[in-house]
Design a protein around this ligand. Structure first.
Ligand code: 4NP
Length: 158
């Protein structure tokens, strides 16, 4: 089993979108029973809350329901359990590195897996309009394809 954790600040916008999008992609690829997917926030502002309505609507426009997800805070144990801990921006990555006592190779920026964009941070859409959430979706979709390819390679390695 490969375990993937997406991490943003509040766990109500970017990382639950990444979780829903990547789960749909993994299901389509037939690997659902070999890849476990979760998301968390570096801060506890929205623990137990569903994703932001704008995030839910953006995902629904792409046919993915994330309404059942609940905000939670990332813990030091997450860094031990998950094979990929993927931060949305450098501030999230800094927070994760602080949590884990330093940089670790499996704790990275999610957009390192993106092949069609040079951007390496998913911009925080919280204080903007719906177009910000569409931009987030496009960046996540790009990186999700690259991450799936990386996981497929890993699963096929002898
Ligand atoms: P997220 O967006 O990190 O993508 O979930 C945010 C959600 C909440 C806040 C900031 C960003 N907040 O300040 O409450």
């Amino acid at each position: 089993m490969i375990k993937v954790l997406f991490v943003c600040l509040g766990n109500i916008c970017r990382s639950p979108m990444a979780e829903g999008l990547f789960r749909a992609l993994v299901e389509k690829s037939g690997l659902a029973d070999r890849v476990q997917i979760d998301s968390a926030g570096t801060h506890g502002y929205h623990i137990g809350e569903p994703p932001d309505e704008r995030a839910r609507k953006a995902m629904a426009r792409h046919g993915v329901d994330i309404g059942m997800l609940e905000g939670r805070k990332a813990t030091a144990i997450d860094l031990e359990i998950f094979d990929y801990v993927l931060a949305m921006d450098r501030s999230n990555l800094d927070d994760l590195e602080r949590l884990g006592g330093g940089p670790r190779p499996h704790v990275r920026l999610f957009l390192e897996f993106a092949h069609h964009s040079a951007e390496r941070e998913v911009p925080d859409p919280y204080y903007g309009g719906p177009e910000g959430f569409e931009r987030v979706y496009a960046l996540l979709e790009d990186a999700a394809a690259g991450l799936l390819a990386d996981i497929e390679q890993r699963l096929n390695r002898p």
